[in-house]
Design a protein. Sequence first.
Length: 476
Amino acid sequence: MIDFDDDLLEKIKYKIDVNENIKDFVLNNNNYFIISSYAQLKDLNKIYRFINILNKKKSDSEKYDAELEKVLENNYFIINFDLDLKKTKVEFLNKGNFLYIRNSIFFGELTNIVDIEDEECFEGKLILDDCFVKKEIDFIFDPVYFEAKGCKFKNTIKIHDLPDGFVASHSEFKDIDLESFSLDKAYLYGCYGDRLSINFDYYEPDFKSLKMEDCTFEEVIVNSNESASKVISEEIILNRCNFDLFYFNKLLGLRLIIDGNNIGNISVIKSIISQEFIFTNQSFNSINLIDTYFTGKTLFDLDFVEYADMDKTLKNDLTDEEFLYNIESFLRIAVNEENPEIKLKLKYFKDYQKNKVYNRGITRFSNNLLDLTTGYFTNYKRIVITMVSIIIIFGFIYSLFPRNILIDGQSLNFIASGDYLSILYNSMYFSLITFTTIVYGNISPIGILKLFSGIEGLLGVLTTASLITVFARKFT
Protein backbone atom coordinates (compact mmCIF):
# COMPACT_ATOMS: atom_id res chain seq x y z
CA MET A 1 0.00 0.00 0.00
CA ILE A 2 1.21 3.49 -0.90
CA ASP A 3 1.51 6.09 1.87
CA PHE A 4 0.00 9.37 0.72
CA ASP A 5 1.39 12.68 1.90
CA ASP A 6 0.36 16.28 1.22
CA ASP A 7 2.94 16.68 -1.56
CA LEU A 8 1.74 13.67 -3.51
CA LEU A 9 -0.99 15.45 -5.47
CA GLU A 10 1.48 18.08 -6.64
CA LYS A 11 3.61 15.35 -8.20
CA ILE A 12 0.70 14.02 -10.23
CA LYS A 13 -0.05 15.81 -13.52
CA TYR A 14 -3.25 14.25 -14.78
CA LYS A 15 -6.44 16.21 -14.19
CA ILE A 16 -9.89 15.11 -15.31
CA ASP A 17 -13.17 16.76 -14.32
CA VAL A 18 -15.93 14.18 -14.00
CA ASN A 19 -18.58 16.79 -14.72
CA GLU A 20 -17.07 17.65 -18.10
CA ASN A 21 -15.32 15.90 -20.93
CA ILE A 22 -11.72 14.79 -20.60
CA LYS A 23 -9.59 17.91 -21.01
CA ASP A 24 -6.06 16.80 -20.69
CA PHE A 25 -4.22 13.51 -20.34
CA VAL A 26 -0.45 13.40 -20.10
CA LEU A 27 1.27 10.31 -18.76
CA ASN A 28 4.02 10.84 -16.20
CA ASN A 29 6.63 8.56 -14.68
CA ASN A 30 4.39 7.44 -11.81
CA ASN A 31 1.47 6.45 -14.06
CA TYR A 32 -1.05 8.37 -11.95
CA PHE A 33 -3.87 10.67 -12.93
CA ILE A 34 -6.35 12.72 -10.87
CA ILE A 35 -10.10 13.00 -11.09
CA SER A 36 -10.78 16.47 -9.63
CA SER A 37 -14.28 17.32 -8.42
CA TYR A 38 -16.09 19.09 -5.60
CA ALA A 39 -18.63 16.28 -5.50
CA GLN A 40 -20.31 15.28 -2.27
CA LEU A 41 -20.14 11.66 -1.16
CA LYS A 42 -23.66 11.10 -2.44
CA ASP A 43 -22.37 11.93 -5.95
CA LEU A 44 -19.63 9.30 -5.91
CA ASN A 45 -21.80 7.14 -8.15
CA LYS A 46 -21.02 9.60 -10.97
CA ILE A 47 -17.33 8.88 -10.47
CA TYR A 48 -17.93 5.14 -10.45
CA ARG A 49 -19.93 5.39 -13.68
CA PHE A 50 -17.12 7.43 -15.18
CA ILE A 51 -14.60 4.78 -14.21
CA ASN A 52 -16.84 2.14 -15.75
CA ILE A 53 -16.70 4.11 -18.99
CA LEU A 54 -12.91 4.16 -18.77
CA ASN A 55 -12.84 0.44 -18.08
CA LYS A 56 -14.95 -0.21 -21.16
CA LYS A 57 -12.92 2.26 -23.22
CA LYS A 58 -15.97 4.33 -24.14
CA SER A 59 -14.39 7.73 -23.69
CA ASP A 60 -15.18 10.52 -26.13
CA SER A 61 -11.61 10.73 -27.33
CA GLU A 62 -10.13 7.59 -28.88
CA LYS A 63 -6.64 9.05 -28.89
CA TYR A 64 -6.39 8.40 -25.14
CA ASP A 65 -7.35 4.73 -25.39
CA ALA A 66 -3.82 3.34 -25.49
CA GLU A 67 -2.70 5.44 -22.51
CA LEU A 68 -5.88 4.62 -20.58
CA GLU A 69 -5.31 0.92 -21.11
CA LYS A 70 -1.76 1.25 -19.79
CA VAL A 71 -2.91 3.13 -16.67
CA LEU A 72 -5.89 0.88 -15.97
CA GLU A 73 -3.72 -2.23 -16.09
CA ASN A 74 -1.47 -1.54 -13.12
CA ASN A 75 -2.12 1.88 -11.65
CA TYR A 76 -4.35 4.21 -9.71
CA PHE A 77 -7.34 6.52 -9.90
CA ILE A 78 -7.08 9.28 -7.30
CA ILE A 79 -10.20 11.28 -6.58
CA ASN A 80 -9.66 14.58 -4.82
CA PHE A 81 -12.78 16.36 -3.60
CA ASP A 82 -13.93 18.59 -0.76
CA LEU A 83 -16.44 17.44 1.88
CA ASP A 84 -17.72 19.68 4.69
CA LEU A 85 -14.71 21.99 4.35
CA LYS A 86 -12.34 19.10 4.97
CA LYS A 87 -9.81 18.07 2.38
CA THR A 88 -10.49 14.48 1.46
CA LYS A 89 -8.44 12.19 -0.73
CA VAL A 90 -9.96 9.10 -2.24
CA GLU A 91 -7.81 6.64 -4.12
CA PHE A 92 -9.52 4.18 -6.42
CA LEU A 93 -7.60 1.37 -8.03
CA ASN A 94 -9.00 -0.74 -10.78
CA LYS A 95 -9.93 -4.39 -10.52
CA GLY A 96 -7.82 -6.11 -7.87
CA ASN A 97 -6.56 -2.82 -6.36
CA PHE A 98 -8.09 -0.45 -3.80
CA LEU A 99 -10.25 2.52 -2.83
CA TYR A 100 -8.66 4.80 -0.20
CA ILE A 101 -10.66 7.38 1.80
CA ARG A 102 -8.94 9.71 4.28
CA ASN A 103 -10.11 12.31 6.80
CA SER A 104 -13.83 12.10 5.93
CA ILE A 105 -17.14 12.22 7.75
CA PHE A 106 -19.96 9.93 6.64
CA PHE A 107 -23.42 11.01 7.80
CA GLY A 108 -25.34 8.66 5.54
CA GLU A 109 -25.16 4.92 5.15
CA LEU A 110 -22.03 3.85 3.34
CA THR A 111 -24.04 1.49 1.16
CA ASN A 112 -26.00 4.43 -0.26
CA ILE A 113 -22.93 6.11 -1.75
CA VAL A 114 -21.96 3.10 -3.80
CA ASP A 115 -23.92 2.79 -7.02
CA ILE A 116 -21.88 0.59 -9.31
CA GLU A 117 -23.48 -0.41 -12.58
CA ASP A 118 -20.75 -2.91 -13.38
CA GLU A 119 -19.98 -5.03 -10.32
CA GLU A 120 -16.53 -5.86 -11.68
CA CYS A 121 -15.65 -2.16 -11.41
CA PHE A 122 -14.72 -2.64 -7.75
CA GLU A 123 -13.26 -5.92 -6.59
CA GLY A 124 -10.37 -4.48 -4.68
CA LYS A 125 -9.40 -3.20 -1.23
CA LEU A 126 -11.28 -0.58 0.79
CA ILE A 127 -9.19 1.51 3.21
CA LEU A 128 -10.61 4.14 5.60
CA ASP A 129 -8.05 6.42 7.27
CA ASP A 130 -9.02 8.81 10.10
CA CYS A 131 -12.73 8.68 9.19
CA PHE A 132 -15.88 9.17 11.26
CA VAL A 133 -18.74 6.88 10.21
CA LYS A 134 -22.04 7.65 11.90
CA LYS A 135 -24.43 5.21 10.25
CA GLU A 136 -24.39 1.45 9.83
CA ILE A 137 -22.01 -0.04 7.25
CA ASP A 138 -23.08 -3.03 5.20
CA PHE A 139 -20.62 -3.85 2.41
CA ILE A 140 -23.03 -5.07 -0.22
CA PHE A 141 -20.39 -4.52 -2.89
CA ASP A 142 -18.04 -6.99 -1.15
CA PRO A 143 -14.46 -5.69 -1.24
CA VAL A 144 -11.83 -8.39 -0.97
CA TYR A 145 -10.04 -6.53 1.84
CA PHE A 146 -11.10 -3.90 4.40
CA GLU A 147 -8.79 -1.78 6.56
CA ALA A 148 -9.62 0.92 9.13
CA LYS A 149 -6.91 3.18 10.59
CA GLY A 150 -7.71 5.64 13.39
CA CYS A 151 -11.42 5.58 12.58
CA LYS A 152 -14.54 5.94 14.70
CA PHE A 153 -17.61 3.82 13.88
CA LYS A 154 -20.75 4.78 15.79
CA ASN A 155 -22.90 1.95 14.49
CA THR A 156 -22.68 -1.67 13.40
CA ILE A 157 -20.29 -2.85 10.68
CA LYS A 158 -21.61 -5.89 8.83
CA ILE A 159 -19.11 -7.70 6.63
CA HIS A 160 -20.04 -10.75 4.56
CA ASP A 161 -17.06 -11.75 2.45
CA LEU A 162 -13.44 -10.63 2.85
CA PRO A 163 -11.19 -13.29 1.31
CA ASP A 164 -8.05 -11.13 1.67
CA GLY A 165 -8.71 -10.11 5.26
CA PHE A 166 -9.84 -7.41 7.71
CA VAL A 167 -7.31 -5.14 9.50
CA ALA A 168 -8.10 -2.40 12.02
CA SER A 169 -5.73 -0.24 14.06
CA HIS A 170 -6.44 2.33 16.80
CA SER A 171 -10.12 2.51 15.88
CA GLU A 172 -13.31 2.67 17.93
CA PHE A 173 -16.16 0.31 17.10
CA LYS A 174 -19.71 0.06 18.36
CA ASP A 175 -20.24 -3.45 16.96
CA ILE A 176 -18.35 -5.52 14.42
CA ASP A 177 -20.44 -8.30 12.89
CA LEU A 178 -18.59 -10.65 10.58
CA GLU A 179 -21.16 -13.09 9.23
CA SER A 180 -20.99 -16.05 6.85
CA PHE A 181 -17.85 -15.06 5.05
CA SER A 182 -14.55 -16.19 3.68
CA LEU A 183 -11.69 -14.62 5.63
CA ASP A 184 -7.95 -14.94 5.21
CA LYS A 185 -7.07 -12.98 8.36
CA ALA A 186 -8.54 -10.62 10.92
CA TYR A 187 -5.98 -8.39 12.69
CA LEU A 188 -6.93 -5.76 15.29
CA TYR A 189 -4.33 -3.52 16.95
CA GLY A 190 -5.15 -1.02 19.70
CA CYS A 191 -8.87 -1.13 18.94
CA TYR A 192 -11.74 -0.77 21.40
CA GLY A 193 -15.50 -0.97 21.48
CA ASP A 194 -18.56 -2.80 22.76
CA ARG A 195 -18.56 -6.06 20.82
CA LEU A 196 -16.65 -8.08 18.25
CA SER A 197 -18.78 -10.92 16.92
CA ILE A 198 -17.57 -13.40 14.30
CA ASN A 199 -20.50 -15.64 13.35
CA PHE A 200 -20.39 -18.53 10.90
CA ASP A 201 -23.90 -19.57 9.92
CA TYR A 202 -24.49 -21.22 6.58
CA TYR A 203 -21.10 -22.12 5.16
CA GLU A 204 -18.18 -24.28 6.14
CA PRO A 205 -15.95 -21.47 7.42
CA ASP A 206 -12.21 -21.50 6.99
CA PHE A 207 -9.94 -18.64 8.02
CA LYS A 208 -6.22 -18.52 8.65
CA SER A 209 -5.67 -16.13 11.50
CA LEU A 210 -7.35 -13.99 14.14
CA LYS A 211 -4.88 -11.74 15.97
CA MET A 212 -5.71 -9.05 18.55
CA GLU A 213 -3.18 -6.89 20.40
CA ASP A 214 -3.77 -4.11 22.97
CA CYS A 215 -7.53 -4.24 22.33
CA THR A 216 -10.40 -3.54 24.71
CA PHE A 217 -13.87 -4.96 24.04
CA GLU A 218 -16.73 -5.86 26.35
CA GLU A 219 -17.43 -9.04 24.40
CA VAL A 220 -15.46 -11.09 21.89
CA ILE A 221 -17.45 -13.98 20.43
CA VAL A 222 -16.31 -16.46 17.78
CA ASN A 223 -19.27 -18.70 17.14
CA SER A 224 -20.23 -21.44 14.70
CA ASN A 225 -23.99 -21.91 14.92
CA GLU A 226 -25.88 -25.19 14.66
CA SER A 227 -26.22 -24.97 10.89
CA ALA A 228 -22.47 -24.61 10.32
CA SER A 229 -19.60 -26.99 10.83
CA LYS A 230 -16.70 -26.22 13.13
CA VAL A 231 -14.73 -23.01 12.68
CA ILE A 232 -11.40 -23.96 11.12
CA SER A 233 -8.42 -21.73 11.85
CA GLU A 234 -4.64 -21.96 11.69
CA GLU A 235 -4.06 -19.63 14.63
CA ILE A 236 -5.86 -17.40 17.11
CA ILE A 237 -3.61 -15.04 19.10
CA LEU A 238 -4.59 -12.60 21.87
CA ASN A 239 -1.92 -10.33 23.39
CA ARG A 240 -2.36 -7.65 26.09
CA CYS A 241 -6.13 -7.36 25.63
CA ASN A 242 -8.98 -6.50 28.01
CA PHE A 243 -12.31 -8.31 27.58
CA ASP A 244 -15.26 -8.81 29.91
CA LEU A 245 -16.25 -11.92 27.95
CA PHE A 246 -14.23 -14.12 25.60
CA TYR A 247 -16.26 -16.93 23.99
CA PHE A 248 -15.37 -19.60 21.40
CA ASN A 249 -17.86 -22.18 20.16
CA LYS A 250 -17.04 -25.17 17.92
CA LEU A 251 -13.50 -24.11 17.09
CA LEU A 252 -11.23 -26.53 15.24
CA GLY A 253 -7.80 -24.89 15.29
CA LEU A 254 -4.11 -25.56 15.12
CA ARG A 255 -2.86 -22.89 17.54
CA LEU A 256 -4.67 -20.96 20.31
CA ILE A 257 -2.38 -18.46 22.08
CA ILE A 258 -3.73 -16.31 24.91
CA ASP A 259 -0.91 -14.29 26.48
CA GLY A 260 -0.87 -11.35 28.91
CA ASN A 261 -4.58 -10.50 28.83
CA ASN A 262 -7.14 -9.33 31.37
CA ILE A 263 -10.31 -11.30 30.65
CA GLY A 264 -13.33 -11.53 32.92
CA ASN A 265 -14.90 -14.77 31.72
CA ILE A 266 -13.37 -17.24 29.25
CA SER A 267 -15.38 -20.00 27.57
CA VAL A 268 -14.16 -22.49 24.97
CA ILE A 269 -17.02 -24.81 23.99
CA LYS A 270 -16.98 -28.00 21.87
CA SER A 271 -13.54 -27.24 20.41
CA ILE A 272 -10.33 -29.05 19.46
CA ILE A 273 -6.86 -27.43 19.46
CA SER A 274 -4.60 -29.90 17.69
CA GLN A 275 -1.06 -28.44 17.74
CA GLU A 276 -0.45 -25.78 20.38
CA PHE A 277 -2.41 -24.27 23.28
CA ILE A 278 -0.66 -21.48 25.23
CA PHE A 279 -2.39 -19.84 28.18
CA THR A 280 0.09 -17.56 29.97
CA ASN A 281 0.20 -14.41 32.13
CA GLN A 282 -3.57 -14.27 32.47
CA SER A 283 -5.86 -12.41 34.81
CA PHE A 284 -9.39 -13.83 34.76
CA ASN A 285 -12.42 -14.48 36.95
CA SER A 286 -13.56 -17.80 35.53
CA ILE A 287 -12.73 -20.25 32.75
CA ASN A 288 -15.02 -22.88 31.24
CA LEU A 289 -13.70 -25.64 28.99
CA ILE A 290 -16.69 -27.72 27.90
CA ASP A 291 -16.20 -30.69 25.54
CA THR A 292 -12.85 -29.17 24.53
CA TYR A 293 -9.69 -31.14 23.75
CA PHE A 294 -6.02 -30.14 23.51
CA THR A 295 -4.17 -32.89 21.68
CA GLY A 296 -0.82 -31.17 21.07
CA LYS A 297 1.68 -29.07 22.97
CA THR A 298 0.25 -27.15 25.93
CA LEU A 299 1.75 -24.39 28.02
CA PHE A 300 -0.06 -22.77 30.95
CA ASP A 301 0.52 -19.80 33.21
CA LEU A 302 4.18 -18.75 33.57
CA ASP A 303 3.81 -19.07 37.33
CA PHE A 304 3.37 -22.80 36.77
CA VAL A 305 6.46 -23.01 34.57
CA GLU A 306 8.65 -21.25 37.13
CA TYR A 307 7.18 -23.40 39.85
CA ALA A 308 8.01 -26.52 37.85
CA ASP A 309 11.68 -25.49 37.52
CA MET A 310 12.50 -27.46 40.65
CA ASP A 311 11.80 -30.68 38.77
CA LYS A 312 13.36 -30.97 35.31
CA THR A 313 11.27 -34.02 34.46
CA LEU A 314 8.13 -32.19 35.42
CA LYS A 315 9.15 -29.21 33.31
CA ASN A 316 9.56 -31.50 30.32
CA ASP A 317 6.14 -32.94 30.98
CA LEU A 318 4.76 -29.44 31.16
CA THR A 319 5.81 -28.48 27.66
CA ASP A 320 5.71 -31.79 25.79
CA GLU A 321 3.05 -34.09 27.24
CA GLU A 322 -0.67 -34.06 26.61
CA PHE A 323 -3.19 -31.85 28.37
CA LEU A 324 -4.39 -34.22 31.09
CA TYR A 325 -0.86 -35.16 32.16
CA ASN A 326 -0.01 -31.49 32.50
CA ILE A 327 -3.04 -30.91 34.68
CA GLU A 328 -2.09 -33.83 36.93
CA SER A 329 1.42 -32.39 37.34
CA PHE A 330 0.00 -28.98 38.24
CA LEU A 331 -2.35 -30.51 40.76
CA ARG A 332 0.53 -32.33 42.48
CA ILE A 333 2.42 -29.05 42.78
CA ALA A 334 -0.63 -27.27 44.17
CA VAL A 335 -1.31 -29.97 46.76
CA ASN A 336 2.31 -30.36 47.86
CA GLU A 337 3.13 -26.67 48.16
CA GLU A 338 -0.29 -25.42 49.35
CA ASN A 339 -0.14 -22.50 46.96
CA PRO A 340 -3.63 -20.88 47.14
CA GLU A 341 -3.23 -18.92 43.89
CA ILE A 342 -2.40 -22.04 41.88
CA LYS A 343 -5.20 -23.96 43.58
CA LEU A 344 -7.71 -21.28 42.66
CA LYS A 345 -6.62 -21.14 39.02
CA LEU A 346 -6.64 -24.93 38.70
CA LYS A 347 -10.00 -25.52 40.38
CA TYR A 348 -11.86 -25.35 37.09
CA PHE A 349 -9.43 -27.68 35.35
CA LYS A 350 -9.54 -30.14 38.24
CA ASP A 351 -13.35 -30.30 38.25
CA TYR A 352 -13.38 -30.68 34.50
CA GLN A 353 -10.88 -33.53 34.61
CA LYS A 354 -12.80 -35.43 37.29
CA ASN A 355 -16.01 -35.19 35.33
CA LYS A 356 -14.18 -36.22 32.16
CA VAL A 357 -12.54 -39.30 33.64
CA TYR A 358 -15.10 -40.65 36.12
CA ASN A 359 -18.45 -39.31 35.00
CA ARG A 360 -18.06 -38.91 31.27
CA GLY A 361 -21.58 -40.04 30.45
CA ILE A 362 -23.18 -37.88 33.14
CA THR A 363 -21.09 -34.89 32.13
CA ARG A 364 -22.00 -35.22 28.47
CA PHE A 365 -25.69 -35.54 29.37
CA SER A 366 -25.62 -32.53 31.70
CA ASN A 367 -23.73 -30.41 29.16
CA ASN A 368 -26.19 -31.31 26.41
CA LEU A 369 -29.10 -30.60 28.73
CA LEU A 370 -27.64 -27.25 29.74
CA ASP A 371 -27.04 -26.34 26.09
CA LEU A 372 -30.53 -27.43 25.02
CA THR A 373 -32.43 -25.67 27.81
CA THR A 374 -30.42 -22.47 28.32
CA GLY A 375 -27.71 -22.25 25.64
CA TYR A 376 -25.16 -22.21 28.48
CA PHE A 377 -27.07 -19.29 30.04
CA THR A 378 -26.78 -17.13 26.91
CA ASN A 379 -30.06 -17.80 25.03
CA TYR A 380 -33.17 -16.29 26.63
CA LYS A 381 -35.47 -17.82 23.98
CA ARG A 382 -34.46 -21.35 24.98
CA ILE A 383 -35.03 -20.54 28.64
CA VAL A 384 -38.55 -19.18 27.96
CA ILE A 385 -39.40 -22.29 25.91
CA THR A 386 -38.09 -24.45 28.77
CA MET A 387 -40.24 -22.60 31.32
CA VAL A 388 -43.41 -23.01 29.24
CA SER A 389 -42.61 -26.69 28.64
CA ILE A 390 -42.21 -27.36 32.38
CA ILE A 391 -45.58 -25.75 33.16
CA ILE A 392 -47.37 -27.79 30.45
CA ILE A 393 -45.68 -31.11 31.36
CA PHE A 394 -46.47 -30.79 35.07
CA GLY A 395 -50.00 -29.65 34.21
CA PHE A 396 -50.59 -32.92 32.35
CA ILE A 397 -49.10 -34.87 35.27
CA TYR A 398 -51.46 -33.17 37.73
CA SER A 399 -54.45 -33.91 35.48
CA LEU A 400 -53.76 -37.65 35.96
CA PHE A 401 -54.32 -37.30 39.73
CA PRO A 402 -57.41 -35.08 40.11
CA ARG A 403 -58.24 -36.64 43.50
CA ASN A 404 -54.92 -35.36 44.86
CA ILE A 405 -55.69 -31.69 44.15
CA LEU A 406 -57.92 -30.01 46.73
CA ILE A 407 -59.77 -26.78 45.96
CA ASP A 408 -61.42 -25.27 49.05
CA GLY A 409 -61.16 -28.68 50.72
CA GLN A 410 -62.80 -30.65 47.89
CA SER A 411 -61.02 -32.80 45.33
CA LEU A 412 -60.72 -31.55 41.79
CA ASN A 413 -62.27 -34.77 40.52
CA PHE A 414 -65.45 -34.13 42.57
CA ILE A 415 -65.67 -30.46 41.56
CA ALA A 416 -65.14 -31.13 37.83
CA SER A 417 -67.57 -34.10 37.93
CA GLY A 418 -65.28 -36.16 35.70
CA ASP A 419 -65.08 -33.49 32.94
CA TYR A 420 -61.47 -33.92 31.67
CA LEU A 421 -61.27 -30.48 30.04
CA SER A 422 -62.22 -28.86 33.32
CA ILE A 423 -59.70 -31.05 35.14
CA LEU A 424 -56.98 -30.18 32.61
CA TYR A 425 -57.73 -26.45 32.84
CA ASN A 426 -57.53 -26.43 36.64
CA SER A 427 -54.39 -28.63 36.53
CA MET A 428 -52.66 -26.16 34.22
CA TYR A 429 -53.70 -23.32 36.55
CA PHE A 430 -52.28 -25.20 39.53
CA SER A 431 -49.05 -25.91 37.58
CA LEU A 432 -48.66 -22.21 36.69
CA ILE A 433 -49.05 -20.91 40.25
CA THR A 434 -46.76 -23.68 41.55
CA PHE A 435 -44.05 -22.87 38.97
CA THR A 436 -44.18 -19.15 39.77
CA THR A 437 -44.33 -19.98 43.54
CA ILE A 438 -47.47 -17.87 43.96
CA VAL A 439 -49.46 -20.83 45.46
CA TYR A 440 -52.86 -19.43 46.47
CA GLY A 441 -54.23 -20.88 49.68
CA ASN A 442 -57.47 -22.22 48.22
CA ILE A 443 -55.71 -24.92 46.16
CA SER A 444 -53.23 -27.47 47.49
CA PRO A 445 -51.78 -30.89 46.62
CA ILE A 446 -52.00 -34.06 48.69
CA GLY A 447 -50.28 -37.41 48.41
CA ILE A 448 -47.75 -37.92 45.64
CA LEU A 449 -48.48 -34.49 44.10
CA LYS A 450 -46.70 -32.87 47.04
CA LEU A 451 -43.46 -34.30 45.64
CA PHE A 452 -44.22 -33.20 42.07
CA SER A 453 -45.26 -29.69 43.11
CA GLY A 454 -42.07 -29.32 45.15
CA ILE A 455 -39.94 -30.34 42.15
CA GLU A 456 -41.81 -27.93 39.87
CA GLY A 457 -41.41 -25.06 42.33
CA LEU A 458 -37.65 -25.68 42.48
CA LEU A 459 -37.41 -25.77 38.67
CA GLY A 460 -39.38 -22.54 38.54
CA VAL A 461 -36.91 -20.77 40.82
CA LEU A 462 -33.88 -22.07 38.89
CA THR A 463 -35.15 -21.22 35.40
CA THR A 464 -36.35 -17.78 36.50
CA ALA A 465 -32.90 -17.08 37.95
CA SER A 466 -31.33 -18.25 34.66
CA LEU A 467 -33.53 -15.86 32.70
CA ILE A 468 -32.59 -12.96 34.96
CA THR A 469 -28.90 -13.85 34.52
CA VAL A 470 -29.18 -13.77 30.72
CA PHE A 471 -30.92 -10.37 30.71
CA ALA A 472 -28.41 -8.99 33.21
CA ARG A 473 -25.53 -9.99 30.88
CA LYS A 474 -27.33 -8.60 27.86
CA PHE A 475 -28.17 -5.16 29.21
CA THR A 476 -25.29 -4.41 31.60
